[in-house]
Design a protein around this ligand. Structure first.
Ligand code: NAD
Ligand code: IPM
Ligand code: MN
Length: 348
């Protein structure tokens, strides 16, 4: 019986996770996947109450006693340094070595795109999830003075680059996608660029059936707005992947609909919407739960419940088509109304 750790977290994470759980419960009663959902109280409240972000034992339990994690969002204005979110979210990504951050952006309905003529968009971002500037190597010298110096190193290893490139090509190969595009900034950051481009070409050579090309990240940001339909699978580093996945989400219906999977294939997996805790709308029932629900669908697929995953995705598509939408998508429904509608649809 798969055990799923549910970490609602902070802000709208709590609201959207309630709906994702509602949908998973509907899935359970229709498909008997056998999921046991275990609620975890990690987030700003716990940190402010106990002074603890997450313990070694908790990391161990999440890694060893659960088959996957489903997370809402972390981030709270009462913790301006964001240290609890880094400890918990980046801690899980690093300690569970979840090196693939898979962020699909699929246009369900042309009317959802802010673009005039979006065409078909089916972009899948493979974001390296364990290296880059996120490792927080470096430091501060002469803090608080006018001589202050801040060094934030960008870490790229052969192992890290190779495995994310391979994951992207393997995905393209098995899912029949035509091309993998590398996104980097090799013109301004040549050391990292040389490593990424060499390893990308080596891995590409193993996949004769998949085309490949490379783009600088600035041009990519522009081209994603100009002709997003041109791109299929994108592989990139941690920071560029973070930025481009928000952009891609907005092109296909908004950040509130975007789902992600953080995976170490064969070992651990964590699913979460791409969006954050949205303090600007938290507690108002306005958050779009679709990104969280779509993340639950990715989780079901990961657990081998592909049919249930498709039913959930179809229910989200139906909600979009029938105008069951929150305000960010131009609708007037609450978070709970959208979640309940999707859960009911799953049951029918
Ligand atoms: P955000 O994603 O929380 O919000 C950006 C904008 O999108 C806001 O205007 C928000 O209202 C809107 N939005 C986001 N999700 C939405 C949804 N489901 N429905 C409707 N509108 C939605 O990004 P931010 O404001 O930069 O960050 C807020 C906090 O969240 C920060 O502490 C940040 O570090 C954190 N964060 C956490 C995660 C995560 O836990 N995975 C991801 C991103 C940001
Ligand atoms: C995301 C978030 C995180 C990131 C933050 C909260 C550290 O923006 O999951 O996209 O930058 O990876
Ligand atoms: Mn982000």
């Amino acid at each position: 019986m798969p055990r799923i750790a549910v970490i609602p977290g902070d802000g709208i994470g709590l609201e959207v996770m309630r709906e994702a759980v509602r949908v998973l419960e509907a899935v359970e009663s229709r498909f008997s996947v056998g999921c046991e959902l275990v609620h975890w109280d990690l987030g700003a409240d716990r940190y402010l109450r106990d002074g603890v972000t997450i313990t070694d034992d908790e990391f161990r339990a999440l890694a060893d006693d659960h088959d996957a994690v489903l997370l809402g969002a972390l981030g709270d204005p009462r913790v301006p340094g964001n240290e609890h979110a880094r400890d918990i979210l980046l801690g899980l990504r690093f300690r569970l070595d979840l090196y693939v951050n898979y962020r699909p952006a699929v246009l369900l309905d042309p009317a959802l795109s802010p673009l005039k003529n979006p065409g078909a968009i089916r972009l899948e971002v493979f974001r390296e999830n364990t290296e880059g500037v996120y490792v927080d190597m470096g430091g501060t010298f002469k803090a608080g003075t006018r001589d202050e110096m801040a060094i934030q190193e960008d870490v790229n290893t052969w192992k890290g680059v190779e495995r994310i490139c391979r994951a992207a090509f393997e995905h393209a190969h098995t899912r029949g996608r035509g091309r993998v595009t590398l996104v980097d900034k090799a013109n301004a950051m040549p050391a990292a660029g040389r490593l990424w481009r060499r390893v990308f070409a080596e891995v590409a050579a193993d996949y004769g059936d998949v085309d490949n090309d490379a783009m600088y990240v600035d041009a990519m940001a522009m081209d994603l707005v100009r002709r997003p339909g041109r791109y299929e699978v994108v592989v990139t580093g941690n920071l560029f992947g973070d930025i481009l996945s928000d952009l891609a989400a907005e092109l296909v219906g908004g950040l509130g609909t975007a789902a992600s999977a953080n995976v170490h294939p064969g070992r651990h997996a964590l699913f979460e919407p791409v969006h954050g805790s949205a303090p600007d709308i938290a507690g108002q029932g306005r958050a779009n739960p679709m990104g969280a629900v779509m993340s639950a669908a990715l989780l079901l697929d990961h657990l081998g419940a592909g049919e249930a995953a498709e039913v959930v995705e179809d229910a989200v598509r139906a909600a979009v088509a029938e105008g069951v939408r929150t305000a960010d998508m131009g609708g007037s429904k609450t978070t709970e109304e959208v979640g309940t509608w999707i859960a009911d649809r799953v049951l029918t």
